[in-house]
Design a protein around this ligand. Structure first.
Ligand code: ZN
Length: 300
């Protein structure tokens, strides 16, 4: 478990009234599985300039929030395991700023939002737009908020990168914050295609030079294992996979991650992104995180 050096504590009390309405912490209330407020304390986490690669971030005046399951470190049922839930996009002005694609200054090995060969990449893009005009960032956020509640119910702590339409944290800032304050990092996205093609995760490119570059070299197998667990969780909840559920992508997130870290694409521009559909995706992600967490316990 990572201990967070929180810059300020804005609320450390139990949400006692909510807690008392629950049958017991760690159980689902009355068989209801839908997202609901659960007992948790919260701390604001600000960007720390001393973190590794912090100086490579261009946008980091925003802050994240760390939710502790159960409301205190002594609460029963806690896993002492922090999931960074990163609702993709949602940083105004992020498209106009560039950051280094890789910590060592080498160029991207695949295309994507940025072209293959790009030494500098967009600090954070604004994301795609659904066929009905909804911005991707909104559906990412709806899914992330539902996932937060499910994870807290299960005893995970949750680092929420974004809980509103805008947080001033670029992709490097989000990633180094997760590196220092969480045990795993799950970034939620919908892809820009418009065919409801299925879910997949951005797998680590098989390019030899990329897999030899730190911190990718030390962590790419963890990223792949987490991604496979997420795909399994989504599939178990009825979501079709795109291909084998993977697509190789050289992402800033992957390139700077020192914890298991995945960009999961839970649909695309033609997919259902209603509240119910996002809640179902959140359940799939929660089940995938549970699979991954259980695999860590088995490995110990
Ligand atoms: Zn996206």
């Amino acid at each position: 478990m990572k201990r967070v050096k929180a810059s300020s504590v804005i609320l450390a009390g139990l949400l006692a009234s909510v807690m008392s309405a629950m049958p017991a912490f760690g159980q689902e209330a009355g068989g209801m599985e839908e997202a609901q407020d659960v007992a948790a304390s919260q701390e604001v986490v600000n960007f720390d300039e001393s973190w590794q690669w912090a100086s490579s971030s261009e946008i980091h005046t925003g802050s994240a929030v760390l939710y502790r399951a159960g409301g205190s470190l002594e609460a029963p049922g806690r896993k002492n395991f922090t999931v960074c839930v990163n609702a993709g996009h949602g940083t105004a002005g992020g498209e106009g700023v560039q950051t280094l694609s890789h910590p060592d200054g080498t160029p991207k090995v695949t295309g994507g939002t940025n072209a293959e060969g790009a030494v500098y990449s967009t600090a954070i893009s604004s994301g795609m737009t659904f066929l009905d005009g909804t911005p991707e960032a909104s559906a990412n956020l709806m899914t992330a908020l539902a996932l937060k509640e499910l994870l807290l119910q299960d005893g995970y702590d949750v680092l929420m990168i974004r809980e509103s339409d805008d947080v001033q944290l670029d992709n490097i800032a989000r990633t180094v914050m997760a590196n220092n304050c969480a045990d795993i990092h799950v970034a939620i996205h919908f892809d820009s295609t418009q065919s409801d093609k299925g879910v997949y995760f951005c797998s680590v490119p098989s390019d030899a030079s990329y897999r030899q570059m730190e911190p990718v070299a030390s962590h790419w197998q963890e990223h792949m294992a987490l991604g496979q667990s997420l795909i399994q969780g989504l599939a178990a909840n009825g979501f079709a996979l795109f291909g084998d559920g993977t697509l190789e992508m050289d992402l800033t997130q992957t390139s700077y991650s020192t914890i298991p870290s995945v960009d999961i694409e839970v649909g695309d521009g033609a997919s259902d992104h209603s509240q119910e559909a996002c809640a179902a995706r959140a359940r799939g992600l929660r089940d995938g995180i549970s699979l991954y967490y259980d695999s860590l316990q088995t490995a110990q």
